[in-house]
Design a protein around this ligand. Sequence first.
Ligand code: ADP
Length: 458
Amino acid sequence: MAEAFDKAGRRFDTVLIANRGEIAARIQRACRELGLKTVAICSEADRRAPYGKTADTFLCIGPSNAAGSYLNQNAILLAAQLTGAGAIHPGYGFLSENAAFSEAVERAGIAFIGPEASSIATMGDKISAKRAMILAGVPCVPGPDTSLPDDPASVERIAEEIGYPVIIKAAGGGGGRGMRVVLEAGELHEAVALTSEEARQAFGSPALYMEKFLQHPRHIEIQVLCDAYGNAVWLGHRDCSMQRRHQKVVEEAPAPGISSETIKPVGMACVQACRQIGYRGVGTFEFLYENGAFYFIEMNTRLQVEHPVTEMTSGIDIVQAQIMVAQGFPLEIRQDDVACTGHSFECRINAEDPESFLPSAGTISELILPEGPGIRVDTHIHAGYRVSPYYDSLIAKLIVHAPTRAEAMAKMREALAATRIEGISTNLPLLRTLLEDEGFARGETDIHYLEQWLRQRR
Ligand code: ADP
Protein backbone atom coordinates (compact mmCIF):
# COMPACT_ATOMS: atom_id res chain seq x y z
CA MET A 1 0.00 0.00 0.00
CA ALA A 2 1.07 3.57 -0.59
CA GLU A 3 0.99 4.22 3.16
CA ALA A 4 3.59 1.51 3.71
CA PHE A 5 6.18 3.68 1.99
CA ASP A 6 7.97 6.65 3.41
CA LYS A 7 5.72 9.68 2.99
CA ALA A 8 8.83 11.77 2.47
CA GLY A 9 9.51 10.12 -0.89
CA ARG A 10 12.58 8.16 -1.75
CA ARG A 11 15.78 8.54 -3.65
CA PHE A 12 15.88 7.34 -7.23
CA ASP A 13 18.42 7.67 -9.99
CA THR A 14 16.28 6.85 -13.04
CA VAL A 15 13.02 8.49 -14.09
CA LEU A 16 10.59 7.05 -16.61
CA ILE A 17 8.80 9.88 -18.41
CA ALA A 18 5.26 8.68 -19.11
CA ASN A 19 4.41 11.29 -21.70
CA ARG A 20 5.28 12.57 -25.17
CA GLY A 21 5.91 15.75 -27.13
CA GLU A 22 7.30 18.97 -25.76
CA ILE A 23 6.72 18.04 -22.13
CA ALA A 24 8.63 14.76 -22.49
CA ALA A 25 11.59 16.77 -23.79
CA ARG A 26 11.18 19.38 -21.01
CA ILE A 27 11.11 16.78 -18.22
CA GLN A 28 14.07 14.92 -19.69
CA ARG A 29 16.11 18.13 -19.60
CA ALA A 30 15.26 18.70 -15.93
CA CYS A 31 16.23 15.12 -15.06
CA ARG A 32 19.57 15.37 -16.82
CA GLU A 33 20.34 18.68 -15.13
CA LEU A 34 19.76 16.92 -11.81
CA GLY A 35 22.10 14.09 -12.83
CA LEU A 36 19.29 11.56 -13.20
CA LYS A 37 19.03 8.91 -15.92
CA THR A 38 15.91 8.88 -18.09
CA VAL A 39 13.67 6.33 -19.73
CA ALA A 40 11.62 7.67 -22.63
CA ILE A 41 8.59 5.72 -23.78
CA CYS A 42 6.64 6.04 -26.99
CA SER A 43 3.78 4.75 -29.06
CA GLU A 44 4.25 3.36 -32.59
CA ALA A 45 3.56 6.83 -34.02
CA ASP A 46 6.31 8.44 -31.91
CA ARG A 47 9.08 5.92 -32.62
CA ARG A 48 11.25 8.61 -34.14
CA ALA A 49 10.74 11.19 -31.40
CA PRO A 50 13.97 13.17 -30.84
CA TYR A 51 13.80 12.84 -27.04
CA GLY A 52 14.03 9.07 -27.55
CA LYS A 53 17.53 9.48 -28.94
CA THR A 54 18.75 11.56 -26.00
CA ALA A 55 17.20 9.35 -23.30
CA ASP A 56 19.31 6.67 -21.62
CA THR A 57 16.68 4.10 -22.57
CA PHE A 58 13.93 4.35 -25.17
CA LEU A 59 11.07 1.91 -25.33
CA CYS A 60 8.00 1.55 -27.52
CA ILE A 61 5.15 0.48 -25.25
CA GLY A 62 2.14 0.25 -27.53
CA PRO A 63 0.13 1.30 -30.57
CA SER A 64 -0.41 4.85 -31.80
CA ASN A 65 -3.82 4.96 -30.17
CA ALA A 66 -3.19 6.55 -26.72
CA ALA A 67 -5.48 4.05 -24.99
CA GLY A 68 -2.98 1.31 -25.83
CA SER A 69 0.16 3.32 -25.03
CA TYR A 70 0.24 6.59 -23.07
CA LEU A 71 -2.90 5.63 -21.15
CA ASN A 72 -1.93 1.97 -20.74
CA GLN A 73 -1.14 1.74 -17.04
CA ASN A 74 0.12 -1.85 -17.11
CA ALA A 75 2.42 -1.26 -20.05
CA ILE A 76 3.95 1.82 -18.39
CA LEU A 77 4.43 0.02 -15.07
CA LEU A 78 6.02 -2.93 -16.82
CA ALA A 79 8.34 -0.58 -18.74
CA ALA A 80 9.42 1.03 -15.47
CA GLN A 81 10.08 -2.35 -13.90
CA LEU A 82 11.99 -3.67 -16.92
CA THR A 83 14.22 -0.61 -17.08
CA GLY A 84 14.78 -0.29 -13.33
CA ALA A 85 13.21 3.17 -13.16
CA GLY A 86 12.78 4.33 -9.56
CA ALA A 87 10.22 7.00 -10.45
CA ILE A 88 7.57 7.86 -13.01
CA HIS A 89 6.92 11.42 -14.12
CA PRO A 90 3.43 11.61 -15.66
CA GLY A 91 3.75 15.10 -17.24
CA TYR A 92 0.34 16.63 -17.95
CA GLY A 93 -2.77 15.08 -19.52
CA PHE A 94 -2.81 11.27 -20.00
CA LEU A 95 -2.38 9.61 -16.55
CA SER A 96 -1.18 12.67 -14.66
CA GLU A 97 -4.35 13.10 -12.60
CA ASN A 98 -5.33 9.47 -12.32
CA ALA A 99 -5.39 8.55 -8.61
CA ALA A 100 -5.56 4.82 -9.34
CA PHE A 101 -2.43 5.01 -11.49
CA SER A 102 -0.48 6.96 -8.90
CA GLU A 103 -1.48 4.40 -6.30
CA ALA A 104 -0.50 1.47 -8.54
CA VAL A 105 2.89 3.10 -9.19
CA GLU A 106 3.55 3.58 -5.47
CA ARG A 107 2.34 0.07 -4.71
CA ALA A 108 4.93 -1.25 -7.17
CA GLY A 109 7.62 0.47 -5.09
CA ILE A 110 8.14 3.23 -7.65
CA ALA A 111 7.88 6.94 -6.80
CA PHE A 112 5.06 8.80 -8.53
CA ILE A 113 6.30 12.33 -9.23
CA GLY A 114 3.16 14.09 -8.08
CA PRO A 115 0.95 14.32 -5.02
CA GLU A 116 -0.36 11.35 -3.07
CA ALA A 117 -3.28 9.48 -4.62
CA SER A 118 -5.63 10.80 -1.93
CA SER A 119 -4.88 14.43 -2.88
CA ILE A 120 -5.50 13.64 -6.57
CA ALA A 121 -8.80 11.98 -5.66
CA THR A 122 -9.97 14.85 -3.43
CA MET A 123 -9.21 17.45 -6.09
CA GLY A 124 -10.55 15.27 -8.92
CA ASP A 125 -14.02 15.46 -7.42
CA LYS A 126 -15.10 19.08 -7.76
CA ILE A 127 -17.47 18.93 -4.80
CA SER A 128 -14.88 17.52 -2.39
CA ALA A 129 -12.33 19.99 -3.78
CA LYS A 130 -14.68 22.89 -3.13
CA ARG A 131 -15.37 21.64 0.39
CA ALA A 132 -11.64 21.38 1.14
CA MET A 133 -11.09 24.89 -0.17
CA ILE A 134 -13.91 26.40 1.88
CA LEU A 135 -12.46 24.71 4.98
CA ALA A 136 -9.06 26.22 4.22
CA GLY A 137 -10.46 29.71 3.71
CA VAL A 138 -9.95 29.82 -0.07
CA PRO A 139 -12.65 32.01 -1.69
CA CYS A 140 -15.08 29.92 -3.81
CA VAL A 141 -17.91 30.64 -6.26
CA PRO A 142 -21.20 31.18 -4.30
CA GLY A 143 -23.18 27.94 -4.09
CA PRO A 144 -23.34 24.89 -1.77
CA ASP A 145 -20.42 22.47 -1.40
CA THR A 146 -22.79 19.49 -1.60
CA SER A 147 -24.29 17.58 -4.51
CA LEU A 148 -27.70 18.59 -5.79
CA PRO A 149 -30.60 16.78 -4.12
CA ASP A 150 -33.09 14.72 -6.20
CA ASP A 151 -36.10 16.71 -5.07
CA PRO A 152 -36.95 19.36 -7.75
CA ALA A 153 -38.35 21.86 -5.24
CA SER A 154 -35.06 21.86 -3.29
CA VAL A 155 -33.08 22.35 -6.50
CA GLU A 156 -35.27 25.36 -7.33
CA ARG A 157 -34.69 26.77 -3.87
CA ILE A 158 -30.91 26.43 -4.20
CA ALA A 159 -30.97 28.24 -7.57
CA GLU A 160 -33.06 31.06 -6.13
CA GLU A 161 -30.77 31.44 -3.15
CA ILE A 162 -27.74 31.69 -5.43
CA GLY A 163 -29.58 33.92 -7.92
CA TYR A 164 -29.72 33.41 -11.72
CA PRO A 165 -27.75 32.88 -13.88
CA VAL A 166 -26.38 29.68 -12.34
CA ILE A 167 -24.19 26.91 -13.70
CA ILE A 168 -24.81 23.19 -13.21
CA LYS A 169 -21.56 21.23 -13.05
CA ALA A 170 -20.71 17.54 -12.88
CA ALA A 171 -18.65 16.66 -9.78
CA GLY A 172 -16.45 14.44 -11.93
CA GLY A 173 -16.32 16.77 -14.95
CA GLY A 174 -13.19 17.88 -16.76
CA GLY A 175 -11.86 19.33 -19.97
CA GLY A 176 -14.65 21.89 -20.10
CA ARG A 177 -17.31 19.17 -20.36
CA GLY A 178 -20.20 18.36 -18.05
CA MET A 179 -21.52 21.84 -17.35
CA ARG A 180 -24.54 23.86 -18.36
CA VAL A 181 -25.49 27.49 -17.79
CA VAL A 182 -29.05 28.20 -16.66
CA LEU A 183 -30.27 31.75 -17.28
CA GLU A 184 -33.75 31.49 -15.76
CA ALA A 185 -35.96 29.25 -13.64
CA GLY A 186 -37.85 27.80 -16.63
CA GLU A 187 -34.70 26.11 -17.95
CA LEU A 188 -33.57 24.64 -14.65
CA HIS A 189 -35.00 21.12 -14.55
CA GLU A 190 -34.19 20.23 -18.12
CA ALA A 191 -30.61 21.46 -17.65
CA VAL A 192 -30.21 19.36 -14.50
CA ALA A 193 -31.59 16.25 -16.22
CA LEU A 194 -29.38 16.66 -19.30
CA THR A 195 -26.18 17.39 -17.37
CA SER A 196 -26.82 14.50 -15.00
CA GLU A 197 -27.27 12.06 -17.87
CA GLU A 198 -24.17 13.41 -19.60
CA ALA A 199 -22.18 13.13 -16.37
CA ARG A 200 -23.32 9.55 -15.80
CA GLN A 201 -22.23 8.55 -19.29
CA ALA A 202 -18.99 10.54 -19.54
CA PHE A 203 -17.67 10.52 -15.97
CA GLY A 204 -19.34 7.48 -14.45
CA SER A 205 -21.14 9.49 -11.76
CA PRO A 206 -24.32 11.54 -12.10
CA ALA A 207 -23.44 13.78 -9.11
CA LEU A 208 -23.96 17.46 -9.86
CA TYR A 209 -23.56 20.73 -8.00
CA MET A 210 -24.66 24.26 -8.67
CA GLU A 211 -22.98 27.62 -8.39
CA LYS A 212 -23.31 31.22 -9.51
CA PHE A 213 -22.46 31.73 -13.18
CA LEU A 214 -19.99 34.59 -13.47
CA GLN A 215 -20.52 36.48 -16.71
CA HIS A 216 -17.27 38.31 -17.42
CA PRO A 217 -14.52 36.72 -15.35
CA ARG A 218 -10.80 36.51 -16.01
CA HIS A 219 -8.95 33.23 -15.51
CA ILE A 220 -6.24 33.73 -12.90
CA GLU A 221 -4.21 30.91 -11.40
CA ILE A 222 -1.74 30.43 -8.58
CA GLN A 223 1.24 28.07 -8.81
CA VAL A 224 2.17 26.23 -5.62
CA LEU A 225 5.14 24.08 -4.66
CA CYS A 226 5.07 21.88 -1.55
CA ASP A 227 7.37 19.35 0.07
CA ALA A 228 6.49 16.33 2.20
CA TYR A 229 7.23 18.15 5.48
CA GLY A 230 4.47 20.77 5.41
CA ASN A 231 6.54 23.46 3.69
CA ALA A 232 4.58 25.17 0.95
CA VAL A 233 5.14 28.28 -1.15
CA TRP A 234 3.27 29.99 -3.97
CA LEU A 235 5.37 31.16 -6.88
CA GLY A 236 3.13 33.91 -8.24
CA HIS A 237 0.09 34.12 -10.43
CA ARG A 238 -0.71 33.77 -14.11
CA ASP A 239 -3.43 35.14 -16.35
CA CYS A 240 -4.77 32.51 -18.76
CA SER A 241 -7.89 34.32 -19.97
CA MET A 242 -6.98 34.11 -23.69
CA GLN A 243 -8.92 30.94 -24.40
CA ARG A 244 -10.81 29.33 -27.24
CA ARG A 245 -13.28 26.62 -26.29
CA HIS A 246 -11.75 26.47 -22.79
CA GLN A 247 -8.32 25.85 -24.35
CA LYS A 248 -5.66 28.35 -23.34
CA VAL A 249 -3.86 30.02 -26.24
CA VAL A 250 -1.66 32.71 -24.67
CA GLU A 251 -0.68 32.89 -20.99
CA GLU A 252 1.17 35.51 -19.02
CA ALA A 253 2.72 36.18 -15.65
CA PRO A 254 2.03 38.18 -13.63
CA ALA A 255 -1.65 38.89 -14.32
CA PRO A 256 -1.91 42.53 -15.43
CA GLY A 257 -3.73 45.02 -13.21
CA ILE A 258 -3.78 42.84 -10.09
CA SER A 259 -1.64 44.34 -7.36
CA SER A 260 0.55 42.26 -5.11
CA GLU A 261 -1.56 43.37 -2.13
CA THR A 262 -4.68 41.99 -3.83
CA ILE A 263 -3.19 38.65 -4.82
CA LYS A 264 -1.14 37.99 -1.69
CA PRO A 265 -4.00 36.87 0.61
CA VAL A 266 -5.24 34.52 -2.15
CA GLY A 267 -1.77 33.03 -2.56
CA MET A 268 -1.44 32.59 1.18
CA ALA A 269 -4.87 30.90 1.34
CA CYS A 270 -3.71 28.43 -1.35
CA VAL A 271 -0.58 27.66 0.65
CA GLN A 272 -2.70 27.16 3.75
CA ALA A 273 -4.99 24.79 1.83
CA CYS A 274 -1.96 22.77 0.70
CA ARG A 275 -0.77 22.38 4.29
CA GLN A 276 -4.24 21.43 5.41
CA ILE A 277 -4.67 18.66 2.85
CA GLY A 278 -1.06 17.49 3.13
CA TYR A 279 -0.38 18.34 -0.50
CA ARG A 280 3.02 17.39 -1.94
CA GLY A 281 4.57 18.48 -5.22
CA VAL A 282 3.49 21.17 -7.66
CA GLY A 283 -0.08 22.22 -8.24
CA THR A 284 -2.23 25.01 -9.57
CA PHE A 285 -5.26 26.68 -8.04
CA GLU A 286 -7.52 28.05 -10.77
CA PHE A 287 -9.71 31.05 -10.04
CA LEU A 288 -12.24 33.15 -11.84
CA TYR A 289 -11.68 36.83 -11.08
CA GLU A 290 -14.51 39.31 -11.45
CA ASN A 291 -15.11 42.79 -10.00
CA GLY A 292 -12.04 42.56 -7.81
CA ALA A 293 -12.95 39.21 -6.22
CA PHE A 294 -11.44 35.74 -6.64
CA TYR A 295 -13.49 32.55 -6.90
CA PHE A 296 -11.81 29.12 -6.80
CA ILE A 297 -12.97 26.75 -9.57
CA GLU A 298 -10.54 23.86 -9.48
CA MET A 299 -7.10 22.60 -8.57
CA ASN A 300 -4.83 20.85 -11.06
CA THR A 301 -2.67 18.34 -9.23
CA ARG A 302 0.05 18.22 -11.87
CA LEU A 303 2.56 20.24 -13.84
CA GLN A 304 0.78 22.59 -16.24
CA VAL A 305 1.47 23.48 -19.86
CA GLU A 306 1.93 27.14 -18.88
CA HIS A 307 4.43 26.55 -16.04
CA PRO A 308 7.27 28.29 -17.99
CA VAL A 309 5.86 31.81 -17.54
CA THR A 310 6.15 31.35 -13.79
CA GLU A 311 9.65 29.92 -14.17
CA MET A 312 10.65 33.03 -16.10
CA THR A 313 9.30 35.49 -13.51
CA SER A 314 10.28 33.53 -10.38
CA GLY A 315 13.62 32.16 -11.61
CA ILE A 316 12.68 28.76 -10.18
CA ASP A 317 12.88 25.58 -12.25
CA ILE A 318 9.48 24.13 -11.37
CA VAL A 319 10.16 20.70 -12.91
CA GLN A 320 13.46 20.27 -11.07
CA ALA A 321 11.81 21.37 -7.83
CA GLN A 322 8.97 18.89 -8.41
CA ILE A 323 11.42 16.02 -8.91
CA MET A 324 13.48 16.95 -5.85
CA VAL A 325 10.39 17.08 -3.64
CA ALA A 326 9.47 13.58 -4.88
CA GLN A 327 12.93 12.43 -3.82
CA GLY A 328 12.16 13.57 -0.30
CA PHE A 329 14.27 16.71 -0.25
CA PRO A 330 12.81 19.52 1.83
CA LEU A 331 12.07 22.81 0.05
CA GLU A 332 15.02 25.14 0.36
CA ILE A 333 13.06 28.17 -0.68
CA ARG A 334 10.92 30.19 1.75
CA GLN A 335 8.03 32.44 0.81
CA ASP A 336 10.09 35.57 1.47
CA ASP A 337 12.67 34.39 -1.08
CA VAL A 338 10.09 34.20 -3.86
CA ALA A 339 10.18 37.30 -6.04
CA CYS A 340 8.44 38.11 -9.28
CA THR A 341 10.58 40.03 -11.72
CA GLY A 342 9.58 41.33 -15.11
CA HIS A 343 6.82 39.97 -17.31
CA SER A 344 6.49 36.75 -19.28
CA PHE A 345 4.23 35.54 -22.10
CA GLU A 346 3.76 32.08 -23.55
CA CYS A 347 2.20 31.42 -26.97
CA ARG A 348 1.06 27.89 -27.69
CA ILE A 349 1.98 26.95 -31.24
CA ASN A 350 -0.48 24.36 -32.49
CA ALA A 351 -0.39 22.27 -35.64
CA GLU A 352 -3.79 23.41 -36.86
CA ASP A 353 -5.44 25.43 -39.55
CA PRO A 354 -5.51 29.06 -38.38
CA GLU A 355 -9.03 29.58 -39.76
CA SER A 356 -10.85 26.28 -39.26
CA PHE A 357 -8.77 25.10 -36.25
CA LEU A 358 -8.73 21.58 -37.68
CA PRO A 359 -5.57 19.68 -36.70
CA SER A 360 -2.87 19.59 -39.34
CA ALA A 361 -0.64 16.51 -39.59
CA GLY A 362 2.36 16.09 -41.88
CA THR A 363 6.10 16.55 -42.11
CA ILE A 364 7.82 19.77 -41.10
CA SER A 365 9.88 20.72 -44.13
CA GLU A 366 11.55 23.79 -42.70
CA LEU A 367 11.95 25.06 -39.15
CA ILE A 368 13.39 28.33 -37.90
CA LEU A 369 13.03 29.10 -34.21
CA PRO A 370 13.63 32.51 -32.65
CA GLU A 371 16.69 33.22 -30.53
CA GLY A 372 17.99 35.98 -28.30
CA PRO A 373 17.97 37.15 -24.70
CA GLY A 374 14.69 36.51 -22.89
CA ILE A 375 13.46 34.00 -25.50
CA ARG A 376 12.78 30.35 -24.74
CA VAL A 377 11.25 27.67 -26.93
CA ASP A 378 9.98 24.43 -25.38
CA THR A 379 9.54 21.94 -28.18
CA HIS A 380 10.38 18.50 -29.52
CA ILE A 381 10.06 19.29 -33.22
CA HIS A 382 12.80 19.64 -35.86
CA ALA A 383 12.92 19.91 -39.63
CA GLY A 384 11.85 16.51 -40.96
CA TYR A 385 9.71 15.78 -37.87
CA ARG A 386 6.39 14.16 -38.66
CA VAL A 387 3.46 15.62 -36.74
CA SER A 388 1.10 12.72 -36.13
CA PRO A 389 -2.67 13.07 -36.13
CA TYR A 390 -3.13 10.97 -33.00
CA TYR A 391 -2.49 13.46 -30.24
CA ASP A 392 -2.89 17.01 -29.00
CA SER A 393 -1.89 19.59 -31.62
CA LEU A 394 0.58 21.49 -29.37
CA ILE A 395 3.98 21.37 -31.09
CA ALA A 396 5.91 24.19 -29.42
CA LYS A 397 5.66 26.85 -26.74
CA LEU A 398 7.22 30.21 -27.39
CA ILE A 399 8.08 31.95 -24.14
CA VAL A 400 9.51 35.43 -23.62
CA HIS A 401 10.61 37.43 -20.61
CA ALA A 402 11.30 41.18 -20.41
CA PRO A 403 11.29 43.89 -17.71
CA THR A 404 7.79 45.21 -18.50
CA ARG A 405 4.61 43.85 -20.09
CA ALA A 406 4.95 46.18 -23.09
CA GLU A 407 8.54 45.07 -23.68
CA ALA A 408 7.56 41.42 -23.32
CA MET A 409 4.80 41.91 -25.90
CA ALA A 410 7.23 43.56 -28.29
CA LYS A 411 9.66 40.69 -27.79
CA MET A 412 6.90 38.16 -28.47
CA ARG A 413 5.91 39.97 -31.68
CA GLU A 414 9.51 39.79 -32.88
CA ALA A 415 9.87 36.15 -31.81
CA LEU A 416 6.68 35.19 -33.67
CA ALA A 417 7.85 37.08 -36.75
CA ALA A 418 11.17 35.19 -36.68
CA THR A 419 9.51 31.78 -36.37
CA ARG A 420 9.00 29.72 -39.53
CA ILE A 421 7.34 26.34 -39.58
CA GLU A 422 6.75 24.98 -43.08
CA GLY A 423 5.11 21.81 -44.37
CA ILE A 424 2.13 21.89 -42.01
CA SER A 425 -0.39 24.54 -41.00
CA THR A 426 0.02 26.26 -37.65
CA ASN A 427 -1.76 28.95 -35.69
CA LEU A 428 1.28 31.28 -36.08
CA PRO A 429 -0.63 33.75 -38.33
CA LEU A 430 -3.37 34.00 -35.71
CA LEU A 431 -0.90 34.53 -32.86
CA ARG A 432 0.90 37.25 -34.82
CA THR A 433 -2.37 39.14 -35.40
CA LEU A 434 -3.49 38.68 -31.80
CA LEU A 435 -0.22 40.17 -30.53
CA GLU A 436 -1.02 43.30 -32.58
CA ASP A 437 -4.44 43.69 -30.99
CA GLU A 438 -5.02 46.86 -28.97
CA GLY A 439 -7.36 45.22 -26.49
CA PHE A 440 -4.79 42.55 -25.72
CA ALA A 441 -2.11 45.23 -25.38
CA ARG A 442 -4.24 47.04 -22.79
CA GLY A 443 -4.58 43.78 -20.84
CA GLU A 444 -7.18 42.64 -18.29
CA THR A 445 -9.39 41.02 -20.95
CA ASP A 446 -11.95 38.43 -19.83
CA ILE A 447 -12.28 34.75 -20.82
CA HIS A 448 -14.66 35.56 -23.71
CA TYR A 449 -12.39 38.11 -25.35
CA LEU A 450 -10.59 35.78 -27.78
CA GLU A 451 -13.75 34.13 -29.08
CA GLN A 452 -15.40 37.53 -29.61
CA TRP A 453 -12.26 38.77 -31.35
CA LEU A 454 -12.26 35.70 -33.62
CA ARG A 455 -15.95 36.22 -34.48
CA GLN A 456 -15.34 39.86 -35.40
CA ARG A 457 -12.55 38.87 -37.79
CA ARG A 458 -14.81 36.58 -39.77
P1 ADP B 1 -12.84 21.77 -16.28
O1 ADP B 1 -12.33 20.86 -15.21
O2 ADP B 1 -13.74 21.07 -17.24
O3 ADP B 1 -11.76 22.57 -16.93
P2 ADP B 1 -13.59 24.13 -14.70
O4 ADP B 1 -14.35 24.04 -13.45
O5 ADP B 1 -12.14 24.48 -14.62
O6 ADP B 1 -13.81 22.78 -15.53
O7 ADP B 1 -14.29 25.16 -15.66
C1 ADP B 1 -13.91 25.30 -17.02
C2 ADP B 1 -14.33 26.66 -17.53
O8 ADP B 1 -15.75 26.83 -17.43
C3 ADP B 1 -13.75 27.83 -16.76
O9 ADP B 1 -12.45 28.16 -17.20
C4 ADP B 1 -14.77 28.91 -17.07
O10 ADP B 1 -14.53 29.41 -18.37
C5 ADP B 1 -16.08 28.15 -17.08
N1 ADP B 1 -16.71 28.18 -15.75
C6 ADP B 1 -16.63 27.25 -14.78
N2 ADP B 1 -17.33 27.61 -13.68
C7 ADP B 1 -17.86 28.82 -13.96
C8 ADP B 1 -18.68 29.74 -13.23
N3 ADP B 1 -19.10 29.50 -11.99
N4 ADP B 1 -19.03 30.91 -13.84
C9 ADP B 1 -18.60 31.17 -15.11
N5 ADP B 1 -17.84 30.36 -15.85
C10 ADP B 1 -17.47 29.19 -15.28
